[in-house]
Design a protein around this ligand. Structure first.
Ligand code: ADP
Ligand code: ZN
Ligand code: ZN
Length: 683
């Protein structure tokens, strides 16, 4: 890879030290990163930094540092035994001859206390030389688990279609929850491994990796190299090296592992492809699924996007034939889909968040010895604290938001900027003592269950209760051992987990999505409720789902209940087409923020003005408007949307516009701004 530049010679500094003798980033990965940088309009240097393990930013060598190997040179190999003087040198020579390959320096040093000096003397004579260590194969785990189910016809069809792919092919594996998608991944992965290829599997969440990893390792009989944000820098570098050298055959990781080098990559699998965590929301705002698709295309390999509720982007691509749709419409192994019912909260008093029907249903579960999962996407005790005397509501002073009351810690916290205060003892406005909390979070549900069903064993799973390392793993183990009767959790609990004894799922409150201004809110609501509902009755016992709502007749809830994702997706797509929203049109969102009240909006108005001269016919610009949450963490925020039916028109325009904006903002340092390509959140 070589490039020329016309930078002035005087500005170029000499190379200080050659850290590696081969490029750290292999050619194909570098060109993927260049594409990523261009597509997301992000500087190429920062793109590389996002993709590479931190230690490689700090000129850490690609070679594992403490491991140096030595080998005999030609003259070393030709040595007669009696030419070598000294017992230590003779033992070293014997060790080299016995190994037939480079020997680890640590092994050589173990020969004697003076081995180091002897080795140096042999090197001086030209008998031995330092060489790169051969890649260390990871030990295979126990022999592959032969205890695998017989595939049903839908799975069989999916597996054979994937296995028949040659070259680039993209598949959407749409399988209802519990339909055996993972089983399909495993067969397809095995097929690739048997052909001597590497397989990369992306998963949305660190919490899911240990489970998925164990399951895959046991089945496939190979050790996986796991990359996720919970690794130390050293561990991450090691996993990355193993993938890059080809030692790791199975690579499992979260978002950023889409950039893992792998010389023999044969397939990429993206589990829960609709998941929002695949989109990075700051810095390089890339979408790992889209990067994976581009990578597969460039490397000429198949890619599988699996989900019970595919993103509308992927769904639309199936319609146009860009992706091939593979369907698993039934639960595997005889499990039945859960029955979904609605509890009309307009008719039911529920002062602490749980309707009497839901409580009764939970009690029945206890009698049967089965588990219940309660889902609520809000941590803390209550989202609002207000003064019953004067009506004052505890606000965050840095955001357009209210403070959440955390009862256990007796704190008020802002979930947007992290502000954290001790609880007020009286109202700051009227000095009144009647501070009252309204609405419910996971802590409140936990408390009300403690009172209502004291004999139940409760486990709350949210970011507050699971902050300790391994806390989630421990919690999952407890659930599997049946040491818990009721799980109360946020989104953390909704994904992928397999709890055979959970037969009742209660959705405490998901209605807020119905009032959201984000055009993706219905899609998210569908995905979320389906994921949560999918935790119910996954084994031989049938499951039941109760959804508390003030809008039981809402069309989205009805579609969720009838479990007809294609129907839902098609109606949503038709609406998006009518109003010109993604995936029918392509968005780029310019965001700006400033500590000065009007600066962000003014910057965007100016940006809009600048754009007019550059704007092609097929690209349109919205007005510059305040963001849905106009103030966050003490900054005033605004946004401006560019959209077009054609990426090929949008992106060249963005290039020109960004160049102009760089000049515009050169003078104004009080505004921070960024461009989000294919934004997933319009906030
Ligand atoms: P998904 O990933 O679609 O949620 P899984 O692959 O985790 O589904 O499968 C759900 C459960 O069904 C697992 O316990 C799995 O072992 C089982 N299973 C999958 N395929 C079959 C099959 N063909 N026959 C019997 N059981 C199966
Ligand atoms: Zn008051
Ligand atoms: Zn705040």
């Amino acid at each position: 890879h070589s490039e020329t530049s016309d930078i002035e010679r005087s500005k170029i500094r000499p190379v200080g030290k050659m850290v590696d003798h081969e490029p750290v980033v292999p050619e194909n990965l570098l060109s993927l990163l260049e594409w990523t940088s261009a597509y997301y309009h992000h500087p190429v240097g920062e793109t590389l930094f996002t993709a590479l393990p931190t230690l490689l930013h700090q000129t850490r060598s690609l070679r594992a540092r403490p491991k140096t190997c030595w080998a005999l040179t030609e003259s070393g190999r030709a040595l007669q035994d009696d030419a070598v003087k000294g017992a230590v040198q003779q033992r070293l020579l014997a060790l080299f001859r016995q190994q037939h390959e480079p020997v680890d320096e640590t092994r050589l040093r173990a020969v004697s206390a003076s081995a180091r000096q002897s080795l140096a003397r042999m090197a001086d004579r030209g008998w031995v030389e330092p060489v790169a260590c051969p890649p260390q194969a990871l030990p295979d785990t126990a022999p592959a688990d032969m205890n695998q189910p017989t595939l049903n016809a839908d799975q069989e069809a999916a597996v054979s279609t994937i296995n028949a792919a040659s070259g680039y092919a993209s598949f959407v594996l749409h399988g209802v929850t519990g339909s055996g998608k993972t089983e399909v991944y495993m067969r397809a992965a095995r097929n690739m491994l048997e052909q001597g290829r590497q397989v990369l599997i992306l998963t949305p969440e660190i919490g899911l990796t240990p489970q998925l990893t164990r399951r895959l390792e046991r089945r496939l009989g190979v050790k996986a190299s796991v990359l996720h944000s919970g690794l130390s820098d050293g561990e991450r570098l090691q996993a990355w090296r193993n993938a890059r050298s080809g030692c790791a055959r199975l690579i499992i990781g979260t978002r950023s592992s889409v950039f893992t080098p792998a010389p023999d990559l044969g397939m990429i699998i993206i589990d829960e492809e609709h998941d929002l965590s695949y989109k990075q929301q700051d810095g390089l705002r890339y979408h790992a699924r889209d990067v994976a698709l581009m990578r597969a295309r460039r490397e000429g390999i198949p890619v599988v996007l699996g989900s019970a509720t595919p993103s509308l982007e992927s769904w639309a691509n199936c319609e146009t034939g860009k992706h091939q749709l593979l369907s698993l419409p039934k639960r595997a192994g005889g499990a039945r889909p859960p029955a979904i019912d609605f509890l009309d909260m307009r008719k039911t008093p529920a002062p602490d968040g749980l309707s009497p029907q839901l409580r009764d249903a939970i009690r029945e579960q206890l009698d049967k010895g089965e588990q219940t999962l309660l889902f609520l996407n809000r941590r803390g005790y209550s989202p609002v604290l207000y003064c019953a005397d004067c009506g004052w509501i505890a606000p965050c002073r840095r955001c357009d938001a209210r403070l959440t009351y955390h009862k256990r810690d007796q704190r008020l916290r802002c979930h947007h900027c992290g502000a954290d205060f001790p609880l007020f003892e009286h109202c700051p406005d009227c000095e009144g003592k009647n501070l009252t909390s309204v609405g419910e979070g996971t802590e409140r549900i936990e408390e009300s269950l403690k009172t209502a069903i004291p004999q139940a064993r409760l486990l709350r799973i949210d970011r507050d209760s699971m902050s300790r390392k391994h806390a989630l793993e421990d919690a999952l183990a407890q659930i599997h051992e049946n040491a818990v009767d009721i799980l109360i959790g946020t989104q953390m609990l909704s994904k992928g987990h397999h709890f055979p004894n959970v037969t009742l799922v209660g959705v405490v409150n998901a209605d807020s999505a119905l009032y959201s201004t984000d055009f993706r809110a219905p899609e998210r609501l569908y995905q979320l409720v389906t994921q949560v509902a999918g935790r119910a009755g996954r084994a031989d016992k049938p499951g039941r789902v109760l959804i508390q709502t003030a809008h039981p007749g809402n069309a989205i809830y009805r579609q969720i209940a009838s479990d007809d994702y294609p129907a839902f997706a098609n109606t949503q797509l038709a609406e998006r087409r009518d109003i010109g929203y993604p995936p029918c049109q392509h968005f780029a969102l310019l965001r700006a923020e400033s500590v000065k009240e009007d600066a962000a909006l003014q910057f965007l108005e100016q940006a809009r003005h600048t754009a007019q001269a550059l704007l092609p016919d097929t690209v349109s610009l919205s007005d510059a408007v305040p963001s849905p949450m106009q103030r966050r963490a003490g900054r005033w925020r605004a946004q401006l949307l560019a959209q077009s039916p054609q990426r090929s028109a949008l992106h060249p325009f963005l290039d020109q516009w960004l160049a102009a904006l760089d000049q515009q903002s050169g003078k104004k340092r009080d505004v921070r701004w960024s461009l989000d390509i294919d934004p997933m959140e319009m906030s």
